[in-house]
Design a protein around this ligand. Structure first.
Ligand code: AMP
Ligand code: GLY
Length: 424
């Protein structure tokens, strides 16, 4: 089969790595891909939101299956357009991707179907939003309704901070993605990510993960797309995973089907685990990044038949095998990220890093230039290691990081600290 992956991050490198290993894949392409993906797939210079260009490529090159990585094209309806053109695609339709594209939609769905989540209100009007905040008090959480690249959420410690967030978001900071806001109850507990593969009716639990969102050690500094992750998350015991499936994932899949928006693809639940069980913080309708870089290396089964079964609606009785090991990923970013950073610095030592047993070097944004690898974005590499424990995976990952020769990059040195603390 000729398979096409859409996207250019570490997530897509991990997906391409798994697909390249499938005996079913004869040809692998990636649009647009990156310098690391280029070693295992043919990179095609197409924008993920250019659906006409992608359909044209699929027709010319006889692509038989498309795996869509990022949320933008999903919410934009790429899967709908591919399927309408007769090209099989893995991922939700635009109607189903509303679970990520509109926080208000998801909150209302939870309310209608009794899915546990924080109490909330939806607002378009600044005065009404502020009245709700003064009634509820702080801490309180203010969220832009639409896609805001992970920057649309303010966990406000005071009423003044919450009001400033309302002014900021409804004032137009995120454009139409912030024309409406959700204001919700602050939940305490420990956060984890939970992933399930969904075929419209059935959900198969994949695995759990935890990430580190802030730029600097000790979970300090500005928020980023994620500076590292590990899987499984120790807090998600088997009992907890079953509870997340029963209370959150399965009711959502049933609700979406009942409301005429059957969900197919990867459902990624951000959950807060507190004293009264798991509550949904948010949904994403795709693999997380860097979470995908720790989930995929643990998957023993061929990923392609699983993705095809999800697309075809035949996931019931499907079974996936997983390595028992822990995977831990350290993101290496360009100095200055998530603020301004330079592109084009030279990265060396990648083969040395990858030579360590059980280490995978995923590229998140690099390009090739005359045999050299150059940094080409903010988050640039994901160094993933498998180990018998979080401690072992962490030690291997940092041993590999130390072999990367990149003076213009940085990483956190404490990825996994919470899991290590939990298990001593
Ligand atoms: P979201 O994009 O909705 O997951 O929010 C981003 C981050 O904000 C989450 O990963 C949490 O750390 C935090 N957060 C979101 N909603 C809440 C809430 N209701 N209570 C506490 N923290 C929250
Ligand atoms: N790492 C968070 C995300 O992919 O949304």
């Amino acid at each position: 089969m000729h398979v096409l992956v859409i996207g250019s991050g570490g997530r897509e490198h991990a997906l391409a790595w798994a697909l390249a290993a499938s005996p079913l894949v004869e040809r692998l392409s990636c649009a647009p891909g990156n310098g690391g993906i280029a070693a295992i797939a043919t990179c095609v210079a197409l924008d993920p939101i250019d659906s006409q260009g992608i359909i044209g490529f699929c027709r010319r090159e006889k692509v038989e299956f498309v795996v869509v990585g990022p949320e933008g094209p999903l919410v934009g309806g790429l899967v709908d357009k591919l399927e309408a053109a007769g090209i099989a695609a893995f991922g939700p339709t635009a109607a189903a991707a509303a679970l990520e594209g509109s926080k208000g939609f998801t909150k209302d769905l939870c309310a209608r179907h009794g899915i546990p989540t924080a109490a909330y209100g939806r607002f378009r009007d600044i005065v009404q939003a502020k009245r709700y905040i003064s009634e509820r008090g702080a801490p309180i959480v203010v969220k832009a309704d639409g896609l805001a690249a992970g920057k649309g959420v303010v966990v406000a410690q005071s009423i003044a901070e919450a009001e400033a967030a309302v002014d900021d978001i409804l004032g137009g900071r995120f454009g139409s993605a912030g024309a409406e806001i959700v204001i919700e109850e602050f939940l305490s507990g420990e956060e984890a990510s939970f992933f399930a593969l969904v075929d419209g009716k059935n959900a198969l639990s994949l695995a759990s993960a935890q990430d580190h969102k802030t730029a600097y050690d000790g979970d300090r500094g500005p928020n980023t797309g994620g500076m590292g992750a590990y899987s499984p998350a120790p807090i998600v015991t088997e009992t907890m995973a079953a509870s997340i499936m029963d209370r959150i994932i399965r009711p959502t899949v049933a609700a979406m089907a009942a409301e005429g928006r059957p969900f197919k693809g990867v459902l990624y639940a951000g959950v807060m685990i507190g004293d009264d069980g798991p509550k949904l913080l948010e949904y994403n309708t795709r693999f997380g990044d860097p979470e995908c870089q720790v989930l995929i290396p643990r998957l023993m089964s061929d990923a392609l038949p699983a993705f095809m079964a999800a697309r075809d609606g035949v996931l019931d009785r499907f079974h996936l095998r997983w390595h028992d090991k822990t995977a831990l990923c350290v993101v290496m970013a360009a100095k200055g990220y998530p603020g301004d950073y330079m592109r084009g610095s030279v990265i060396g030592g990648l083969d040395d890093a990858a030579a360590i047993d059980d280490v995978l070097v995923f590229h998140a944004s690099t390009k090739r230039d005359n045999g050299r690898i150059l940094a080409n974005g903010g988050r640039v590499l994901g160094i993933t290691a498998l180990g018998a424990s979080v401690a072992e995976a962490q030690a291997k990952a940092y041993a590999a990081v130390d072999r990367v020769l990149w003076p213009d990059g940085f990483c956190r040195r404490d990825i996994g600290w919470r899991a290590l603390q939990r298990h001593g």
